[in-house]
Design a protein around this ligand. Structure first.
Ligand SMILES: NC(=O)c1ccc[n+]([C@@H]2O[C@H](COP(=O)([O-])OP(=O)(O)OC[C@H]3O[C@@H](n4cnc5c(N)ncnc54)[C@H](O)[C@@H]3O)[C@@H](O)[C@H]2O)c1
Length: 257
């Protein structure tokens, strides 16, 4: 888990990344740590989260694991009460569901909403007041291309990721002039365990992989570190002018067709 030195300097800052036990969150935790931030690795999977934090420490970073299910507001508030100031909050934990209206139940929608929407909301309720009191902070929410356009057969995912974009914009608007910035990252397809699990649900996984890669105009999926680079920028003081934005990291998916 080695990382090249970063052009951004986050020394003296503390970051918290949810869902950092895997995929994009793990890559973001690695990038923020390489830039000098102290990182709280947060996940509901303690084995995965502990492993990420241990790997970061092996790479000489200051990293610790905290167990949290982001869908629980009491757990989020209890974590905030236990930690020192958090300057960078990355709401990355998210789950998916393959299905159109017929193949999506109300329970599926509620399950995705609890993690994808209530999750970032809960973490903001817990950590944004401290940022506002200190007059600085960066909140980064992982949305998706599904936050700005519909993704076929992803009804619940599209709906919840649109809500993440709305949440981000509302937070940015309500907290302008505070020094706290709120932005969303909208990746296309990124090769992570999340996507590999979805691909495995198809009758012909190899065909599904080719089709998913082809939705990017450049014909390939992103690597997690390519998404982490955008989180690093949004976390840094170089992005001081950036709030309320949705950064598309989608290989041109939403540019047109
Ligand atoms: N992979 C993609 O192609 C892609 C594309 C667009 C957006 N995204 C978004 O990026 C984020 C990360 O995706 P990924 O592909 O790295 O996923 P992943 O499944 O590889 O990792 C997600 C991590 O979040 C954790 N998690 C899940 N629910 C949680 C909860 N309730 N509380 C705490 N932790 C929880 C999991 O244990 C896991 O470690 C998600 O929000 C996803 O919607 C992913």
């Amino acid at each position: 888990m080695s990382s090249a030195p970063s052009v951004f300097n986050l020394a003296g800052k503390t970051a918290l990344v949810t869902g950092a036990g895997s995929g994009i969150g793990q890559a973001i935790a690695r990038a923020l740590a390489a830039a000098g931030a102290r990182v709280w690795v947060v996940d509901r999977d303690s084995a995965a989260g502990e492993a990420t934090a241990a790997a970061l420490r092996t790479a000489s970073a200051a990293a610790e694991f905290a167990l949290l299910d982001v869908s629980s507001e009491p757990e989020a508030l209890a974590l905030a009460a236990r930690l020192d100031a958090v300057d960078i909050l990355v709401n990355n934990a998210g789950i998916g569901h393959v299905g159109n209206l017929t193949a999506t139940t109300a329970a599926d929608l509620d399950r995705l909403h609890a993690v994808n929407v209530r999750g970032p909301f809960n973490l903001c309720k817990a950590f944004v007041p401290g940022m506002l009191a200190r007059g600085r902070g960066s909140v980064i929410n992982l949305a998706s291309v599904g936050g700005v356009v519909a993704v076929r057969d992803r009804l619940a995912y599209t709906a919840t990721k649109h809500a993440v974009v709305g949440l981000t914009r509302a937070l940015a608007l309500d907290h302008s002039h505070t020094g706290v910035r709120f932005n969303a990252i909208c990746p296309g397809r990124v090769e992570t365990p999340f996507v590999q699990a979805r691909i495995a649900e198809y009758p012909d996984p190899a065909k599904a992989y080719r089709e998913m890669a082809s939705t990017q105009l450049n014909g390939r999926m992103a690597r997690p570190d390519e998404i982490a680079a955008s989180a690093l920028y949004l976390a840094s003081d170089e992005a001081a002018m950036v709030t309320g934005s949705c950064l598309m990291i989608d290989g041109g998916w939403t540019a047109g067709k």
